[in-house]
Design a protein around this ligand. Structure first.
Ligand code: SF4
Length: 297
């Protein structure tokens, strides 16, 4: 058995930056993080052992002044900054610059069009409802943005109002294209008089999108693939599905304890085993999985 780890898998720039910020700040005392710093339970547990305290929005409202709170790479809606300011909380803003830029674009679009009374605009976000990044993006529109998870939900759009489409950074490029094509097809079937203008912005992060082709090539070259990812990670779900379509012998695991004796035996019998993961998967976790296989081999 030859076991290899995909060199392109693991933390993206934004997550690395947030985790480095947490590690750095922990050296100067107590630190809270609003929500899981990364959608990977194992990495959260590692940082919590170093002293990081994960809090939620209810906790934020009760913290004493000058508590230091880190905002993770996913970003936050304006309401979070407002609450922190009211309570005198010290914010350490580790929002990924790519997400920050997207928030600013959506906010600018909302501000530019919110008073168009004749045809009130509709900001549509292609994303996962309830996802932390999406909540931050909706906040830029005073929570008026419509969130669509897939092209099947196109009926929720009001085609008589101008449509401004953006995407959550970790959604799939193919899904976004399919949504754009479906909206365009609907607009042309309605005719110019009935359908309001449609403007779209492909705001998918290339740090994620560029991984798709690579991870599929990697998966194809293996007999078995172990995809290591957090259960809450949207990016893990997307990349896992791409791996699975390239190689049906792909298994999703979140931690070493999920490597069953049957799975280990199956891997040992294979010639090439590949280990890969999401932008939220720590490299050390993929190494641990490799160690288990090599130890068992
Ligand atoms: S996937 Fe892209 S936008 Fe999201 S945190 Fe990583 S680098 Fe930033």
């Amino acid at each position: 058995m030859i076991c290899s780890i995909d060199t392109n898998s693991g933390f993206c720039f934004g997550v690395t930056r947030a985790i480095n910020a947490a590690e750095e700040e922990l050296q100067h005392g107590a630190l809270c993080c609003l929500g899981d710093i990364v959608h990977n339970g194992m990495e959260v547990a590692r940082l919590e052992q170093m002293g990081l305290q994960t809090i939620d929005n209810d906790d934020l409202r009760t913290l004493p002044a000058h508590t230091r709170v880190l905002l993770r790479a996913h970003g936050e809606p304006p309401a979070t900054y407002w609450i922190a300011q009211q309570r005198g909380i010290d914010i350490i803003d580790a929002t990924c610059p790519v997400v920050k830029k997207l928030q600013e674009r959506i906010h600018a679009c909302y501000e530019a069009h919110k008073n168009d009374d004749a045809l009130p605009p509709q900001i549509v976000i292609y994303g996962q409802p309830g996802h932390a990044e999406v909540i931050g993006l909706q906040g830029q529109t005073n929570n008026t943005a419509l969130v669509l998870e897939s092209v099947d939900q196109i009926e929720k759009i009001d085609f008589t109002r101008p449509i401004y489409l953006f995407s959550q950074t970790t959604k799939s490029v193919e899904g976004f294209k399919a949504l754009v094509e479906a909206i365009e097809a609907r607009c042309s079937s309605l005719g110019k008089e009935k359908c309001a203008p449609f403007e779209y912005h492909d705001t998918i992060c290339r740090s994620v999108a560029n991984r798709v082709q690579h991870i599929q090539d990697f998966a194809r070259a293996q007999d078995i693939v172990l995809f290591v990812g957090g259960k809450k990670s949207s990016n893990a779900r997307v990349l896992y599905n791409h791996c699975l379509s390239a190689n049906p012998n792909t298994f999703f695991i979140s931690e070493v304890s999920e490597m069953t004796p049957e799975l280990i035996t199956q891997c040992r019998a294979a010639e090439h085993v590949g280990i890969c993961g999401a932008t939220s998967t720590p490299h050390w976790l993929m190494e641990q999985c490799k160690d288990v296989l090599e130890r068992e081999a």
